[in-house]
Design a protein around this ligand. Structure first.
Ligand code: HMG
Ligand code: MG
Length: 292
């Protein structure tokens, strides 16, 4: 299949990129980073998460960040939410787009959200009336679609089963997560071959962490299959605190360059994106040096 003519880059740096950093990044620094990403024209920015501050202390300022960023009407601002309480927080903070998250492996689901996969789906059922009443756009993450840090390889059947449950909930975009960066082009092909026999490529986004340097090749494979939405993080920062071995998301800069090479439109201002990536790298490397 020909590559898509245009691609949507979902910038997850302010959430996935920052959530694991131990030393607190100030609310002002987060706001500056997000405003720089908005200036760079990223079409969607995952701003923060409304999760338990005991589980992810770095994002305890979700409400303040959300209230103080400058919003551009052409950009979708999304908040990650694990349960009804998180969803209510996101609604109070004015979000029209939220992302829920579950996994294809049981142990990761337990470690990350203290519940089984089925219980996570029940939480989404409880949230559904609220997102429907508020007419929210809902994205759903499925973590560990290839390899789980606790259970190793995950079967395609398990991924397909969770995807079907999210579709049944009316979720409009499903992001397939390679949580610890162990997918390779052949395994990406296996999962996509299987899923695309039942679902349209337009349902999916791909979310690659770049622990072993495979993310760009995996994205090329996704493009071959017509997937047109990719999650990435400016400055390639990031990782999940409950996934040992997770390193940063693939860099937004690298994905933008890959798209430019292939004449795929992203609409992103590459110079302003570089500045946002350099800014957050300078902040996170300072914090990591101070913490070590
Ligand atoms: P729990 O401890 O089972 O929750 O955690 P609970 O319902 O028993 O509540 C315990 C306490 O947490 C209570 O407070 C609640 O009010 C509070 P207390 O009475 O003890 O003072 N609480 C909350 N506070 C704020 N916001 C909330 C909330 N919910 C409960 N929404 C829970 C369950 C889901 C809350 C917890 O496990 C959690 O927050 N997990 C989030 C972990 C996380 O954020 N992981 C990283 C994001 S996922 C990721 O990175 C993967 C992804 O990038 C894709 C990929 O790469 O694969 C998306
Ligand atoms: Mg992630």
């Amino acid at each position: 299949m020909a590559f898509p003519a245009s691609v949507k880059l979902v910038e997850v740096g302010p959430r996935d990129g920052l959530q694991s950093i131990e030393k607190t990044i100030s609310t002002e620094e987060k706001i500056q980073f997000i405003n720089m990403l908005s200036s760079a024209g990223l079409p969607e920015i995952e701003v923060t998460s409304f999760v338990s501050p005991k589980w992810v202390p770095q994002l305890a300022d979700a409400k303040d960040v959300s209230q103080q960023i400058e919003r551009n009407e052409h950009i979708t601002y999304t908040a990650l939410v694990p349960n009804l309480k998180g969803l209510e927080g996101a609604v109070e903070s004015g979000y029209q787009s939220v992302a829920v998250f579950t996994a294809a492996s049981e142990t990761f689901s337990q470690k990350n959200t203290n519940c089984s996969i089925d219980e996570s789906i029940q939480r989404f059922e409880e949230m559904r009336p609220v997102w429907e009443m508020n007419n929210l756009r809902v994205r759903g993450y499925v973590s560990t679609c290839w390899v789980c840090p606790y259970e190793d390889f995950v079967s395609v059947e398990k991924v397909a089963d969770v995807v079907q449950k999210l579709v049944d909930l009316g979720i409009q975009e499903i992001s397939l997560g390679d949580t610890i960066g162990k997918a390779v082009p052949d395994s990406v092909e296996d999962v996509l071959e299987s899923l695309l026999s039942d679902f349209s490529p337009s349902l999916f986004a791909l979310h690659f962490h770049d622990t072993y340097g495979n993310a760009l090749d995996n994205i090329r494979k996704g493009l071959e299959y017509g997937i047109a939405v990719y999650d990435s993080s400016a400055g390639a920062i990031g990782g999940c605190p409950y996934a040992p071995g997770a390193s940063g998301n693939v860099g937004t800069e690298e994905v933008a360059d890959l798209c430019a090479e292939e004449n795929i439109v992203t609409g992103v201002d590459r110079v302003l994106l570089e500045k946002a990536g350099e800014f957050i790298q300078s902040i996170t490397s300072e914090k990591e040096a101070a913490a070590s």
